[in-house]
Design a protein around this ligand. Structure first.
Ligand code: BJW
Ligand code: ZN
Length: 254
């Protein structure tokens, strides 16, 4: 928060939140950065465990070298065991509680696969890109929670015998349809849409901002730096999510 108008902008954003009963928040890797989870791109990001996400988080990357991709996910899973939610996750869980207490609703839609919103006490989080903590069958619907357990290769499915894979969404793959539709509905129904800690370049998630705007929502961005969304939002707040999101809540209550 170091640009000249930052105090005025925070106050404008607080005023928007004070008026709102239905808020939708889209989060990205920047919201987990202060917990020590590396981002994919932008400030301080680019490499996840030494590998570029564009090269390996794809069906082609998996087909090219399954053991390597399993090790990559296994290492990331194990690292998550020592990771805790930060002030940004806690602020969003608090926003949900406050809005619910006054008959409203805050929906958290996340691109993150680290389950840190849930760990901070958030309810009904919509995980657009799956979860690092689950694996799923390549053939049938079976999903399994594996938590932070190391898994150096995929087990076979106890139901159908096919291979299991990480339950995440790779480039070129469909998002889980029920979750995606729920996210579109939440974006379409909100009075205020917040986009936080995302570079806003990965679709369809980045398009939720347009859905919300198209339905008349007021929009707020929280990020360390400008993104393609910055010019489209009503209020752009430059700063760390762990500082800015709690600040937005202070004084946003009637
Ligand atoms: C802070 C901070 C702090 C840091 N405080 N801020 C050409 C044009 C348009 C689209 C396409 C295209 N060619 C292909 C596509 C589609 C493609 C896509 O979008 N590609 C673009 C990159 C070009 N999308 C897909 O393929 C998607 N599927 C799809 O479209 O299917 C069709 C369909 C649509 C709808 C329904 C059904 C079907 C799938 C996308 C899957 C993305 N998967 C990944 C990997 C997950 C697994 C894994 O981790 O291994 O998801 S990629 C990676 O990027 C991950 C993230 O969720 C996602 C978004 O990243 P995010 O969260 O924005 O993080 P960063 O790192 O990019 O940004 C961090 C930000 O935080 C930065 O701005 C920092 O400044 C900031 N920051 N510290 C505040 N403390
Ligand atoms: Zn199966």
């Amino acid at each position: 928060m170091n640009d000249r108008d930052s105090t005025g902008d925070v106050n404008r954003a607080r005023a928007l939140l004070r008026e709102a009963t239905n808020v939708t928040v889209l989060t990205g890797a920047g919201v987990s950065a202060e917990s020590g989870v590396p981002t994919y791109r932008g400030a301080g990001g680019g490499l996840w465990g030494g590998l570029r996400v564009e090269d390996w988080a794809t069906p082609e990357g998996y087909a090219r070298d399954r053991p390597r991709v399993w090790t990559w996910y296994s290492d990331r899973r194990v690292q998550l065991a020592d990771v805790r939610p930060n002030a940004a996750h806690r602020a969003l869980a608090e926003l949900q509680r406050r809005l619910a207490a006054r008959g409203g609703r805050a929906t958290i839609v996340t691109q993150n696969i680290d389950a840190l919103h849930q760990a901070a006490g958030a309810q009904d989080v919509l995980e657009l890109h799956g979860s690092l903590l689950r694996i799923r069958c390549e053939q049938c619907m079976r999903r399994e929670y594996v938590g932070c357990k190391p898994l150096e290769h995929g087990p076979t499915c106890p139901d159908c015998g096919a291979a299991m894979r990480p339950d995440v969404v790779w480039f070129g793959e469909s998002l889980p349809m029920k979750v995606w539709h729920a996210a579109v509905d939440a974006a379409a129904a909100c009075d205020v849409f917040i986009t936080a800690g995302t570079s806003a370049v990965v679709y369809p998630a980045a398009g939720l901002l347009d859905v919300a705007k198209g339905r008349g929502a007021r929009t707020i961005e929280v990020n360390l730096e400008a993104t393609p969304a910055s010019g489209a939002v009503d209020v752009s707040l430059l700063g760390r999510a762990g500082d800015v999101l709690p600040e937005l809540l202070d004084g946003a209550d009637p």
